[in-house]
Design a protein around this ligand. Sequence first.
Ligand SMILES: *Cc1c(COP(=O)(O)O)cnc(C)c1O
Length: 338
Amino acid sequence: MAAERAAIGWLCGVLGYPAQAHGAFVSGGSLANLSALVAARHGRTAATGRPPGIIVAGASAHSSVWSAAAIMGCTVAVAGVPDSALHAVDLAAVLDSVDPADVVAVVASAGATNTGAVDALAEIATVCAERGHWLHVDAAYGGAAMLAPAARDAFAGIERADSVTVDPHKWLFTPYDCAAVLYREPSRARAAHRQQAHYLDAVNGEEADNPSDYAVHLTRRARGLPLWASLLANGTDAYVDAVERCLAMADHAAKQIEASAVLELAGEPQLSVVLFRRIGWEPADYARWSHHVRVTGFGLVTPTIFAGSTVLRFCFVNPRTSETDVDLLLESLIADPP
Ligand SMILES: *Cc1c(COP(=O)(O)O)cnc(C)c1O
């Protein structure tokens, strides 16, 4: 438990959270998002006497937010435009249209899965504070980028979020089954998640920060141990280097794509995500090429939809991916007849 506490403390420090912040490791970002939203709902229900039913989420929010809403019997009100960062004006417009007492939480993304876009967190945090709404920031993939000084500015305001999801098993190089749900004021999570029963009285009395109290779980294994062990073995500087290496690879890929006459960027890279087109290709061409490079073990580069059309998506989360790997992948795209 001490090792997990240290790993949680490190993550909270990366976010710029205050000293009292705390949380727990769970199986994935989906469970982390659900747990944070359940805590948010508990707080609202305690304040108003009736459970709220609307989760307000940016249009790029991860599918797990819809899944959490379904589990909780809530609906999702979507703010903003798909595939672009959420801004305060679009959020405010949606909040104006609903009963504030019916809002569970606002969910912003810090590193949307499809595009890497980071919502305007500082503005959003201000709107949420003014209106008294719980802000949950889903940084499952993107949170790692806060380690890179050059990328950190985009996250300003995340330290004001009531809860944050960060998945070490995404871009912090931990094997699967390691996600963190973090709370700025952990007592609010404990109020929602601590289970009460006489056979638990002794544990509840002794363990002021039992990880069971911060998510939808009771018995659990020490999922934070692999992150802690890796931080200990490699040092935190190695994490900074590894994340910066992925960002540099996104930069390199973008430059190569710009320089090519048959490839075209769909936009600037965001965090380590690069979306681009092969001019002249139909969706079936993308699918065929992607399948080929995957089954030959060359690369995992899948097509996605951006702004209504098919594009390819690089998402660099492996610091061992080299310039040569990227160049060879792009060459195979260029050489491949449409
Ligand atoms: C991957 C992801 C999730 C879900 O995480 P799992 O660990 O797969 O459950 C949630 N949010 C974002 C932004 C993600 O990228």
